[in-house]
Design a protein around this ligand. Structure first.
Ligand SMILES: Cc1cc2nc3c(=O)[nH]c(=O)nc-3n(C[C@H](O)[C@H](O)[C@H](O)COP(=O)(O)OP(=O)(O)OC[C@H]3O[C@@H](n4cnc5c(N)ncnc54)[C@H](O)[C@@H]3O)c2cc1C
Length: 830
């Protein structure tokens, strides 16, 4: 019994030493004390095998505490091994890895998140000018948009919309005031983009693209003074329409392998110039652009620039009227109307001055793109996808409340409630994460890992929200026409999924496989050290990182095991976290498990992690759940801990932790290295699964709140455009929902009478008049019901057409064409 107690105390001592990263000499001392106690009469009385092992460890730890011994016996052999096994990180990979900043993601990777860092991120704040722009011109733009006209009747963004966005400066939100732009914060841009997206996913592209990675941002950051002075005011006013061309037929996700080539030559005036051949496709705004931002690989065979033969990826801006530029044809992306098309050119000569940043920046294109990518990726898609999710909830909750089957609003039925619950959770969580991420960018961060996870998580959640909206609407969503307010979102879902890094790649490769290197506190330092050409200096740098890394790993192993065994009871929660302290503790507990599993994954798989995408994808999911839940807790605090929102927080927390667990469990169960798999199982799941999905009653409560408390529904769908116009299909929903709630009591009386057979509800019968005559409802209730009946008939109506009017509204003469990778045009196969 005493021996058992001794072993428990020993284990507890090890956990404490490990968790608090005790130095090696402290381990040696503690082990020596344990060996002496074991030998004492009170415990065991003689040394035995166990006592012998204890002394062996004392010697090993004491020896390792001596730096010279540690270096010779441990660090140098590990360094040699790592050097031999690590794949070489290419220049483009290194630039991608080093670009962007590390933010709160590093806290989640550390296993011991510093909650103050989360709380120090500003809540949503806009200047009065930004707020006025959001409430004024942005609302007005939304009112101007006629979705059916845009995506069907005209299949074009109407000129009046272009004129409006140009006149109000929408195209220059990221251009500084100094250069004639609006100079809005990332938070303001995110909200403005979101509001427009909630009205028309088509129209938002013409605002989003100029305010994302492209000529405007690249010139603002890297342009020469002449380029800034000439182009930025013109871009801000919409006198130039930009596009940015990176993707080509053979270089999609793997953009760095582009075959587009520039060769440095001497121009007619003797100055360096570039002869260009390129072939790009899918370029948004391309067909309308006046200024083509073009990425290509630059070579300088005569070393005119003095940078060697292979100069590297370079970005230039080319007026689309320049001789040889082939631009203007269109793709038909998912049947949407925003301009998108290919462009190409052969042996087009441009002056060196057109390189963004001039000659000095020739060859720096990839670095420039990678540096700007993270900020843009954190704003455009997360904003529009979040707005899409909130819009789906707003429309589905209204329709589900109005549409009745089996005598009940369909939203009151449990099956539909499930779909609405998913929309509610996503609307709350995506908005929380969007706001935190935009605030990070507003304060100058360029969060590379967070932007990647936000891109794929928000667009995936939007995809699910759109599908749920379709299910809730039934046939009403499927039949297209001017009254269909869901089709545009459905059409644009795949676009959001594919652009700015297709989701499969972003989830399985970018977020974790690259993110682990970026956000891990020591890993990238170790890899850089291993790649140092100077072996001695490399070993010095490696030694500094490796020691800390081992302490970090041991700390996470001990911490994760301890918190998993104790249910997170002793994990950290910030001051004044009150009713959400429990969720903070669970987050901290999960962060420990994640850090341990992530660390062991990278250590065991090394360079082959890139190929183990089923594992890295699950780890990306696990990290995403932790980040999004942290944002949910922050939103709850920033919003003033509203009691109604507690339901949404609990919903998001329970489901988020459950999804986290399933993702991590998937990694552990499928881990290919057996000893690592066992270690992961013991540390991360010592008592099996800890979390279950949110119970049904919570979903029921959440949906009830949305249906019965208008202010809660407003808050969940805040910052989207809400029409109040009964002649607008979405405004009609809003007006009718209000009337349906007001007439609830009268409707109940009517339904009772119909069920009892007192009234008959068939075409050709005035059952409301009958109900009034029989005194089933009062006169005023009858009027309410008549009004509701008429509005509901309009809400549930679907459009039908004269067949002749459904003939294609675009001409096929003059196209379609395909062109092969050499730019030779040919009639495309049918
Ligand atoms: C409507 C639209 C607008 C666009 N606008 C622009 C624009 O303005 N400018 C511009 O330059 N580009 C633009 N693009 C291009 C867009 O960025 C690319 O479509 C995207 O990068 C994917 O390339 P791809 O379509 O060739 O797919 P591919 O690269 O062929 O990928 C096919 C599939 O394989 C997956 N995959 C690829 N590699 C990996 C990997 N290593 N690991 C795991 N999965 C992988 C991808 O995730 C994807 O699911 C646009 C595209 C569309 C559809």
């Amino acid at each position: 019994m005493v021996e058992l107690l001794f072993c428990v105390a020993l284990l507890a001592g090890f956990l404490a030493l490990g968790m608090y990263k005790a130095p090696l000499w402290a381990w040696a001392g503690a082990l020596a004390a344990a060996a002496l106690i074991w030998r004492s009469e009170a415990v065991h009385g003689h040394t035995g095998l166990f006592g012998f092992l204890l002394w062996l460890f004392v010697i090993a730890f004491a020896a390792m505490a001596i730096p010279a011994v540690r270096r010779a016996a441990l660090t140098a052999p590990v360094f040699k091994f790592v050097k031999g096994t690590l794949p070489k990180v290419s220049d483009t990979e290194a630039q991608a890895l080093e670009a962007g900043t590390v933010g709160f993601d590093a806290e989640l990777f550390s296993g011991t998140p510093d909650w103050d860092k989360l709380r120090s991120i500003a809540p949503i704040v806009l200047t009065s000018e930004e707020q006025a722009f959001l409430d004024g011109p942005t609302d007005e733009l939304c009112r101007l948009i006629d979705d059916w006209q845009v995506r069907h009747a005209q299949r074009e963004i109407p000129e009046k919309i272009w004129d409006f966005v140009k006149a109000h400066g929408f195209l220059g939100m990221l251009i500084s005031k100094e250069h004639g732009g609006l100079g809005f914060s990332a938070q303001a841009q995110s909200l403005i983009i979101g509001k427009i997206a909630s009205r028309s996913p088509d129209v938002v592209t013409i605002v989003m693209v100029p305010n994302s990675l492209g000529p405007g941002e690249l010139i603002e950051k890297y342009g020469t003074e002449e380029q800034k002075h000439y182009y930025l005011p013109r871009l801000a006013k919409g006198e130039e329409i930009p596009c940015f061309a990176l993707t080509g037929p053979t270089s999609g996700s793997d953009a760095a392998t582009m075959r587009d080539i520039g060769t440095v030559i001497r121009g007619p005036d003797g100055k360096p110039a570039i002869r260009l051949s390129w072939d790009k496709r899918y370029i948004t705004l391309g067909p309308k652009a006046t200024l083509l931002g073009l990425a290509f690989r630059l070579f300088d065979p005569d070393n005119i620039l003095g940078k060697g033969e292979s100069v590297g990826i370079t970005v230039a801006m080319i007026p689309t009227t320049h001789a040889g530029v082939q631009i203007g044809r269109r793709h038909l992306p998912s049947g949407a109307a925003f301009p998108n098309g290919p462009n190409w050119g052969r042996d087009v000569v441009i002056p060196m001055d057109w390189v963004i940043g001039g000659e000095a920046m020739a060859g720096q294109g990839w670095r420039m793109l990678m540096e700007c990518l993270a900020a843009g990726r954190a704003i455009s898609l997360p904003s529009s996808a979040t707005a899409g999710t909130k819009t789906m909830l707003r429309l589905s909750s209204a329709y589900g409340r109005i549409r009745k089957q089996f005598g009940l609003p369909v939203a009151r039925m449990e099956g539909v409630e499930e779909a609405l619950t998913r929309q509610i959770e996503s609307a709350y969580a995506c908005e929380a994460a969007r706001a935190v991420t935009a605030a990070m960018v507003s304060r100058g961060e360029r969060p590379s890992v967070i932007s990647a996870l936000m891109k794929y998580q928000t667009t995936e959640r939007m995809r699910r929200a759109v599908n749920d909206a379709f299910d809730i609407h039934g046939g009403r969503a499927i039949c297209d026409g001017p009254g269909n307010y869901l089709q545009s979102a459905y059409q644009m879902v795949p676009v959001g999924i594919t652009v700015e890094g297709a989701n499969i790649l972003t989830r399985t490769l970018i977020t974790f496989a690259q993110g682990a290197l970026r956000s891990h506190p020591y890993l990238y330092r170790e890899i850089q050290a291993a790649q140092n050409a100077d072996n001695e200096r490399g070993l010095d740098a490696f030694e500094a990182a490796f020691g800390d890394h081992v302490a970090f790993s041991v700390s996470n192993a001990c911490g994760a095991f301890f918190h998993n065994v104790t249910g997170g009871l002793f994990a950290s929660a910030p001051d004044k976290s009150f009713d959400t302290a429990h969720w903070y503790r669970q987050l901290a507990r999960c962060s420990r498990s994640f850090a341990f599993v992530a660390d062991l994954t990278v250590a065991s798989l090394g360079g082959s992690l890139k190929m183990k995408q089923k594992l890295s994808g699950r780890l990306a999911d696990a990290l995403s759940e932790l980040y999004i839940l942290a944002c949910v807790l922050k939103r709850y605090e920033d919003d003033g801990r509203l009691s109604s929102d507690r339901t949404f927080v609990d919903l998001a927390a329970m489901n988020g932790l459950y999804r986290f667990q399933e993702a991590l469990r998937g990694v552990v169960d499928n881990f290919p290295v057996t000893p690592a798999r066992w270690a992961m199982r013991v540390v991360a799941f010592p008592l099996g699964n800890a979390y279950r999905p949110a119970p049904d009653y919570l979903g029921h409560r959440a949906v009830k709140l949305v249906l019965d408390a208008p202010e809660v529904r407003d808050r969940l769908t805040r910052y989207i455009y809400v029409s109040k116009d009964p002649d607008d299909p979405t405004g009609l929903l809003e007006v009718t929902m209000k009337k349906a709630v007001a007439a609830e009591e009268a409707e109940r009386k009517l339904e009772r009478a119909i069920r009892a057979g007192t009234l008959r509800r068939y075409h050709g019968i005035d059952w409301i008049g009958e109900a009034m005559a029989q005194g089933i409802v009062t006169e005023s209730e009858g009027q309410q019901l008549r009004e509701l009946e008429a509005l509901t008939a309009r809400v549930i109506a679907v459009d039908h057409f004269d067949p002749a009017s459904l003939k294609p509204n675009y001409k096929t003469s003059g196209g379609p064409l395909g062109h092969n990778s050499r730019g030779v045009e040919s009639a495309a196969a049918e």
